[in-house]
Ligand binder design. Sequence first.
Ligand SMILES: [Zn+2]
Length: 186
Amino acid sequence: MEWWVSMPKVELHAHLNGSIRDSTLLELTKALGEKDNRSVKEVFQLFDLIRILTTDHAIVTRITREVIEDFASENVVYLELRTTPKRNEAIGMTKGSYIEAVLEGLRSVTSVDVNFIPHHKEDSRTLFSPNNGSSRKRIYVRLLLSIDRRETTEAAMETVKLALERSSLESSESTSPEIHLLVTGN
Ligand SMILES: [Zn+2]
């Protein structure tokens, strides 16, 4: 193993959509091409591919799970994962259901231990002793929900509201991520 792979790392700027596993992207692209009877090349040319793929709840859950697994496998011990909640009425996706799909992905990771940022300072000392005596890898995840500055005020406020709701809902549970808000975009 290369020395840099085995080093514990922090990842402070990971976009969910920018971290999709190559093999998954190829598989989903092929499936999309077959469905629409188009070649992979045409699919790439015709669409903003990732945007299309991430308008499916099951796919959002899957890519979230895989992104966490992949970072953990590279010994990332602390991950700030950012994503912009999306709405797509045609397939019944709301910003709320999008966030749920991401959370479902976080919870469905089984190959590594996913922890959420401890509320007590003492606990944070365990951050860089990733294995803690166990052979399983452990990764701390913080979820950052982005607000795109190009969004309308209404759409932005909806994300704020959902993040606040989830934060108060989840903060008492140690098995849930801390959710933070982030303003990004043009
Ligand atoms: Zn960025």
